[in-house]
Design a protein around this ligand. Structure first.
Ligand code: C2E
Ligand code: MG
Ligand code: MG
Length: 748
């Protein structure tokens, strides 16, 4: 009990400490004034005038002191010091003025003050002090001496009864007030949670649900009452129960931080919903007393992630694993064969007449042929082997755990046999042949996946040199490619010195209005003998040798300079590609800053494009680099979105302005429902993340219409314009600026 009135917190509903102090000051003042009323008419019999005046002065002075004391900083019990002081004053007052009427009055006042401002039983606790203080002066009072026992019992009993009754009343009032506040806060909590789209649930430490908001009906088809009393994990997917348990365990005792978790929960219709949850320990909160779980349905995001992940590792046309997945599997196969001593073979398959079929019968026939070849490839390998598509008409067969190296040749021959059956392409029936290069690991350690692939590629070139439909094994004499690579490196170095690189620009168009709003800078190599070399022929080598850094720096400076020059003709944003090596280069910030400074281009007119996989691979550093680039004022875009494997949850942490949807999705957006669904989801995702979406590689009016229908913001592609040298773009901009209908250049 002592703790309660010595404690430092004002209890809700009880008299605050400051009010106690003020009440005390007021009562002391009132007792001083009561005594003064006796002092003023000087004819009161038996009055010790001097002592009485002194007491009046002391009481009034004390009331001033009590008024100004910093009660809020003193403990609750501080005002109780007044109890002995008060009785001392009463006793003295009695000597000064033996008036029996004023004698009992101060006692009543003191007990009333205790009753209103202190917990119950405080007046009983103060009885030992008040008892002698009451009796001793009475004994000196001749008129009352005979009845002092009765008087004591009566006055003090009455005082205690009054004091305690008041304390009880105030306590009841306080608890009623607290209950009302709790009800209000509960009503507020329910109003908030019942209208929220997120599920809000309260759990105890064992995971049992003690409260659940209405949203659970929309998300899981369940009524909140059905969940209350059951354990959270009862409906969690068996594989995710550990994750859910961990979330609650981590939450218990971590009041300061929110714990995040993801798990699947069963819908009433039996389907599984992906739930993202945040858990916070609010057991100490009197209104809550539990773990609060905020949960929302992220199933759609998960489906999109799954589809993107599938796309990232599969070829969209043939559904075969793509290069990335193949490299991953090959890496694992080589590691295993180093342990077991079994061999791994890579068969590089290149169709001999694909280009001719594609050019004469059209792209659709070409695509149909590739799908049919893919099916036959799948049919010619064993269950554990992999058939993958590398590029247009290049496929790989990966054979693992070979005890007999000749098995590779047998697979190659079997596939060539299968190819002899004609493929029906429309009303044409065609037969294709394939050249196959085979490279085989000898089971030794340290063989790299890239090396084995390159060896198979070298072998397929050798096979082609011997005519169509040939099979060739790699051997050490076939190192032409590596020599080519060395020559290419030396060539690139020289090209940089001789300023053989050119920047071409491809317009980017605002889809709703058809206005040209930007250009993408694309590097070209004006080779003295090979002519204009496209970037995919040399960016890889430049990246490997590190020459991409000076080449990219030059492209950046040139693009900024040119964009600044164009501003007077037509306002546009210039996009510049950054490769992995450039993005991780420590000098990147300085390069961007100096390109902007030297060209005078406003920073927000420069957009830097980084592919999705580069952004993901750089990990935590990505966010810092992005933020630093943003700090310079430049805009940022994720290029080729959909081709790398993104964690969409991660994406929202990137301070990026634009997502550029990869050409492979745009390709099928008009006729392939799956592509259309992906593009629609990406646009929706970008909207929620506050990003713009640019569609790459728009080639047909149907694609454009479909993209406009999906509210895609910008587009780029051959339909509007192919990449072109700066002079051609200047003419385009001038034409646009002078045309009467200047606001719709390039509108399709
Ligand atoms: P990207 O950044 O995704 O650039 C778009 C590519 O798509 C360009 O190929 C462009 O010509 C091509 N394209 C645009 N519209 C269409 C269309 O409608 N249909 C088709 N089929 N293709 C279209 P490009 O110029 O060959 O560049 C290829 C890649 O090389 C670029 O892809 C980019 O990743 C890289 N690259 C180009 N210039 C640079 C550079 O200066 N630095 C770095 N690091 N990479 C560059
Ligand atoms: Mg790009
Ligand atoms: Mg791109």
């Amino acid at each position: 009990m002592i703790g309660r009135f010595l404690g430092n917190r004002d209890e809700p509903g009880r008299l605050p400490r400051r009010a106690k102090g003020r009440l005390l000051a007021f009562l002391t003042f009132a007792s001083g004034i009561t005594l003064l009323t006796d002092v003023i008419p000087s004819d009161t019999p038996g009055l010790h005038r001097t002592l009485a005046v002194q007491l009046v002065v002391i009481a009034l002075a004390l009331s001033v002191v009590f008024w100004v004391l910093p009660w809020r900083r003193l403990p609750h019990g501080a005002s109780l010091v007044f109890v002995p002081v008060a009785f001392g004053l009463v006793a003295l007052g009695n000597y000064a003025d033996p008036n029996p009427y004023t004698y009992g009055l101060p006692y009543v006042t003191v007990f009333l003050w205790i009753g209103t401002s202190h917990p119950r039983w405080t007046s009983v606790a103060s009885l030992p002090i008040s008892l002698p203080a009451f009796i001793l002066p009475l004994l000196t009072m001749p008129s009352a001496a005979g009845t002092w026992v009765g008087s004591t019992v009566f006055t003090l009993g009455l005082c205690v009864a009054f004091g305690e009754a008041l304390a009880w009343l105030i306590q009841r009032l306080a608890s009623a007030q607290r209950q009302l506040a709790a009800k209000r806060s509960q009503a507020r909590f329910q109003a908030l949670t019942s209208n929220a789209a997120e599920i809000v649930a309260i759990l105890d430490e064992s995971g049992t649900v003690t409260y659940c908001s209405e949203a659970v009906h929309a998300v899981l088809g369940l009524s909140p009452h059905a969940l209350v009393g059951s354990r959270l994990w009862d409906r969690v997917h068996p594989d995710d129960v550990c994750a859910a348990e961990r979330l609650v365990q981590h939450c218990v005792g971590e009041q300061a931080s929110n714990q995040h978790g993801e798990f699947r929960v069963q819908h009433r219709d039996g389907s599984w919903r992906h739930i993202e949850a945040i858990c916070r320990d609010l057991r100490a909160e009197p209104e809550i007393r539990g773990l609060v779980l905020n949960a929302r349905d992220v199933s759609e995001r998960k489906v999109l992630e799954g589809e993107l992940a599938h796309r990232a590792y599969h070829d969209a046309l043939t559904e075969l694993p793509n290069r990335d997945m193949l490299l991953d599997r090959l890496g694992h196969a080589l590691a295993r064969s180093a342990r077991t001593g079994q061999r791994t073979a890579v068969l590089f398959v290149d169709l001999d007449t694909f280009k001719i079929i594609n050019d004469t019968l059209g792209h659709q026939a070409g695509d149909d042929l590739l799908v049919s070849v893919a099916q036959r490839l799948r049919a010619s390998v064993r269950a554990g082997d992999t058939a993958a598509r590398m590029a247009a008409d290049e496929f790989i067969l990966l054979l693992e755990d070979l005890s007999d190296i000749d098995e590779a040749r047998r697979v190659a021959e079997r596939f060539q046999m299968q190819l002899r059956t004609p493929v029906e392409l429309g009303d044409q029936s065609v037969v294709v042949s394939a050249s196959i290069g085979i490279a085989c690991s000898d089971g030794a350690e340290g063989v790299l996946a890239d090396d084995l692939l390159r060896q198979a590629e070298v072998a397929v070139h050798a096979a082609k040199d011997h005519g169509k439909g040939q099979i060739a094994w790699f051997d050490g004499s076939m190192t032409r490619t590596s020599l080519d690579r060395l020559a290419l490196e030396a060539d690139l170095q020289r090209a940089l010195e001789n300023q053989e690189f050119r920047v071409w620009y491809q317009p980017i168009v605002d889809l709703p209005s058809g206005r040209l709003t930007g250009v993408e800078a694309l590097v070209r190599w004006q080779h003295p003998t090979r002519g204009l070399v496209p970037p995919d022929k040399f960016i890889g080598a430049a990246e490997e040798t590190g020459l991409i850094v000076p080449i990219g720096r030059w492209v950046l400076r040139e693009a900024c300079r040119q964009a600044k020059a164009w501003q007077s003709v037509w306002p546009l944003v210039v996009s510049v590609n950054l490769s992995a090596r450039q993005f991780q280069h420590p000098g990147l910030l300085e390069d961007v800053a100096s390109a902007l400074r030297d060209s005078g281009l406003a920073p927000d007119l420069l957009k830097l494009e980084v592919t999705e996989s580069v952004a993901m691979d750089a990990g935590v550093g990505t966010i810092q680099t992005f933020q630093a680039l943003r700090g310079l004022g430049a805009r940022l875009a994720i290029d080729d979105f959909g081709t790398g494997y993104s964690s969409l949850a991660y994406l929202k942490r990137f301070p990026v302005d634009t997502l550029k949807i990869d050409r492979s999705f745009v390709n099928g957006v008009a006729e392939d429902e799956q592509d259309a669904a992906i593009v629609r989801s990406v646009v929706a995702l970008a909207r929620t993340l506050g990003m713009r979406v640019t569609a790459e590689g728009i080639e047909t009016a149907e694609q454009l219409e479909a993209l406009r229908g999906m509210a895609c913001d910008d587009g780029q592609g051959y339909l509007f314009a192919r990449p072109a040298a700066s002079e051609a773009i200047t003419s385009l901009l001038q034409a646009a600026a002078t045309a009467a209908n200047a606001s719709t250049p390039l509108a399709a």
